[in-house]
Ligand binder design. Structure first.
Ligand SMILES: Nc1ncnc2c1ncn2[C@@H]1O[C@H](COP(=O)(O)OP(=O)(O)OP(=O)(O)O)[C@@H](O)[C@H]1O
Ligand SMILES: [Mg+2]
Length: 275
C-alpha cells in the first residue's frame, strides 16, 4: 500500500511548487464553546484536486467557508496565492450541496450572477454565460427557472455559475450529494472532463469514498472531535480519470484503504455511544 500516511502535526506539502495556491497553517475553528477542528496544516497546489472526507459534523463545510473567506479562522492562518484570506476573493467559487441557486432568477441570470458582481460588461457576460451553459450541457434551458428543471440540471447550473468567473480555486461542498445515483455518476465524469479542459485548484468535499478516490490527487481524512487531519492518502491513479478508472485494481485498493480508516472511526464512535 503506497497510501502516504502522515501525522497530523507534519506539514503536508502539495508539490515542489514554490508557492501553493492555498496554504492552511495550524488552522483552528471554534463556534462559541465548540472547537470544530484544530491544527490543520495543508498546502494545495495550482492544479491539484484535494478531496476532503470525514464524518458528519467534523467541519468540512466550515473549512470550505473559511477558505472562501466567509468565516474567519479562530486560530492559525489561511493564505491564497501568498496573501492572507480576510474575506471573499475574486477567483474563488463555491458549488453547494443544495445548489444555492436564486429561485427568482433564470438559469442564465444565475450563471451571470458572479460576473455581474465582478462588474463585467454586458457583452462579456452574455458570451461567458452562453459558453458555460454550453459547457455543462444546459443549452436550451437558459430561460428556465430553477424550479422548472431537475436536481441534476440545477447542479449543472450551479457548476456553470462557478465556472463562469474562471475560478482559480473551485470549492465543492458535496456537489452531487443531492442528486440520484445515475445523475451523480454522469456529473462526476462531466466534471472530470471539464477539469481536464481547465485544470484548476479544486477542494472537493464528499461523503462518498469512491468519489473522493475518483476525483482527488490526494484525499484528506478528517477525524476526531475536534477534528484534525488524520491521514493524507496520495491517489496515484492516472489522469484523465474515466469510467474505466473505476475498474482498476488500484482504485479498489485505495477505496478499501480509505473505507477501513473511516470505518474504524465510525465503529469507535458507536462503541463510545454504547458505553
Ligand atoms: N453557524 C454555526 N454556529 C454554531 N455551530 C455551527 C455553525 N455551523 C456549523 N456548526 C457546527 O460545527 C460543526 C461542523 O459543522 P460543518 O457543517 O462544518 O460539518 P460538516 O463536516 O460539513 O458536516 P456534514 O458532513 O454533515 O455536512 C457541527 O457540529 C455544527 O453543528
Ligand atoms: Mg457539510
Amino acid at each position: 500500500m503506497r497510501a502516504a500516511t502522515e501525522t497530523k502535526s507534519e506539514r503536508i506539502s502539495a508539490s515542489a511548487e514554490a508557492q501553493p495556491r492555498i496554504r492552511i497553517s495550524r488552522a483552528g475553528m471554534r463556534y462559541d464553546a465548540a472547537q470544530v477542528f484544530r491544527d490543520i496544516d495543508l498546502d494545495i497546489g495550482n492544479r491539484e484536486v484535494v478531496a476532503i472526507i470525514g464524518p458528519s459534523g467534523c467541519g468540512k463545510t466550515t473549512l470550505l467557508r473559511c477558505i472562501d473567506g466567509l468565516l474567519p479562522l479562530t486560530s492559525g492562518e489561511l493564505r491564497l496565492e501568498g496573501e492572507p484570506v480576510r474575506g471573499p476573493r475574486e477567483g474563488v467559487a463555491m458549488v453547494f450541496q443544495h445548489f444555492g441557486l436564486f429561485p427568482w432568477k433564470t438559469v442564465a441570470q444565475n450563471v451571470a450572477y458572479g460576473l455581474k458582481l465582478a462588474g463585467r460588461g454586458a457583452d462579456a457576460i452574455a458570451a461567458k454565460v452562453a459558453e458555460c451553459i454550453e459547457l455543462v450541457g444546459l443549452a436550451g434551458f437558459e430561460h428556465y427557472y430553477p424550479w422548472q428543471i431537475s436536481g441534476g440540471m440545477q447542479q449543472r447550473c450551479g457548476l456553470a455559475r462557478a465556472l463562469a468567473v474562471e475560478p482559480r480555486v473551485l470549492l465543492m461542498d458535496e456537489p452531487f450529494g443531492a442528486v440520484d445515483a445515475q445523475t451523480r455518476e454522469i456529473l462526476q465524469f462531466e466534471l472530470l472532463k471539464i477539469w481536464e479542459m481547465r485544470p484548476t485548484t479544486m477542494v472537493f468535499v464528499t461523503h462518498s469514498i469512491e468519489e473522493a478516490v475518483l476525483m482527488g490527487d490526494r484525499i484528506v481524512v478528517l477525524k476526531g472531535r475536534p477534528s484534525t487531519v488524520h491521514e493524507v492518502v496520495e491517489v496515484d491513479l492516472p489522469r484523465p480519470r474515466e469510467r474505466r478508472t473505476l475498474t482498476l485494481p488500484r482504485f479498489a485498493q485505495l477505496r478499501e484503504h480509505v473505507w477501513s480508516t473511516l470505518m474504524a472511526e465510525a465503529l469507535r464512535a458507536e462503541y463510545e455511544v454504547r458505553k
